[in-house]
Design a protein around this ligand. Structure first.
Ligand code: NAP
Length: 314
């Protein structure tokens, strides 16, 4: 039996691992399907303290993994299929095993939201992408579109100009949600154009993407944009299907925690994007992961005090 099982290998999961391992708690981290989480799919990370020149997402996550392993965290590349938090020890089932632990830290993050238009699923991997770092290179010398108006759309749009001849950022409103610094950089970039007040109604292409059908939401005017690829960055939904009926979730499916990462079940903690509503950042995820590990340590000490009251001082 482990002291702590961490579910998820993004910044929150690894930070929890580093703090739990360094506190000498026996710790298992189950990575999930995306090793390193969403951050590992991010091109350039410029706002994580300690890296004034910026750092590539995959490199940052690789470093976090090594740091967790250095403190004795066992890392298992597997996916959790079910959890049982109804009694101690908690049970966490994966495709290959069933594990037990006294505490669990949920750091399962979020998944990209789907556009829900024809062509999105059919042309996935054939011009439709959600990862500029992974797929940008394939569009060298080609024209691409980016959908969304948040940080991801604008930052990844800028990144794509390394490869593409032109990047059209299509946003459903006429104001971006992204941070001002990224906005200004995009506005100055000659390879980027913005198509405002516009939604995509279809992704066109037979074997690969050849264009997008667009509709202006103010005028209703329809048009076609020719492009070779489309990157969709329209936000996220929390990865909490496993916890429905087991942990308290809010109306959008995020895990409800107090400010110390406690969920509705004592001994189960949640950290990172899966519970963060306001500031979804690597730095906030790391902070929550560290806090969750420290709260897990306290919880284990309380369980031991209850089991062995004679050990308590005074
Ligand atoms: P986001 O901030 O939720 O933005 C999603 C964008 O997609 C919004 O502009 C939204 O439009 C648009 N959108 C949503 N549903 C749509 C639909 N069905 N059709 C068309 N457009 C749609 O998502 P994100 O950019 O992925 O960022 C997620 C979180 O990570 C945010 O908290 C962000 O700040 C953070 N993040 C931070 C950094 C950084 O600090 N460097 C980098 C990446 C992400 P509206 O604006 O009209 O709502």
């Amino acid at each position: 039996m482990y002291d702590v099982i961490i579910i998820g290998s993004g910044p929150a999961g690894y930070a929890a691992g580093i703090y739990a391992g360094r506190s000498m708690l026996s710790t298992l981290l189950i990575t999930g399907s995306t090793l390193g989480g969403w951050a590992a799919l991010t091109a350039e990370i410029e706002n994580y303290p300690g890296f004034p020149e910026g750092i590539q997402g995959p490199e940052l996550m690789d470093r976090m993994q090594k740091q967790a392993e250095k403190f004795g965290v066992k890392i298992e590349m597997d996916e959790v299929t079910s959890v049982d938090f109804s009694s101690q020890p908690f049970k966490v089932e994966t495709y290959s095993d069933t594990h037990e632990a006294r505490t669990v830290i949920v750091a399962t993050g979020v998944s990209p939201r789907r556009l829900g238009v024809p062509g999105e699923e059919e042309l996935a991997g054939r011009g439709v992408s959600r990862c500029a770092t992974c797929d940008g290179f394939f569009f060298t010398g080609k024209r691409v579109a980016v959908i969304g108006g948040g940080d991801s759309a604008v930052e990844e749009g800028i990144y794509l100009t390394r490869y593409a001849t032109h990047v059209d950022i299509i946003h459903r409103r006429n104001r971006l949600r992204a941070q001002k610094v990224a906005q200004e950089r995009a506005f100055k970039n000659e390879k980027i154009s913005f198509i405002w007040d516009t939604i995509v109604t279809e992704i066109i292409g037979k074997d690969s993407v050849t264009g997008l059908k667009l509709r202006n939401v103010r005028t209703g005017a329809e048009s076609v944009l020719e492009c070779d690829g489309v990157f969709i960055f329209i936000g996220n939904t929390p990865n909490t299907e496993l916890f429905v009926g087991k942990l308290a979730l809010d109306e959008y499916g995020y895990i409800i925690t107090d400010s110390n990462t406690h969920t509705s079940v004592p001994g189960v903690f949640a950290a990172g994007d899966v519970q963060e509503l306001n500031l979804k950042q690597i730095v906030t995820a790391v902070s929550a992961g560290a806090r969750a590990a420290m709260e897990a340590e306290k919880h284990i000490a309380e369980l031991e005090d209850r089991a062995y009251p004679e050990r308590q001082l005074g």
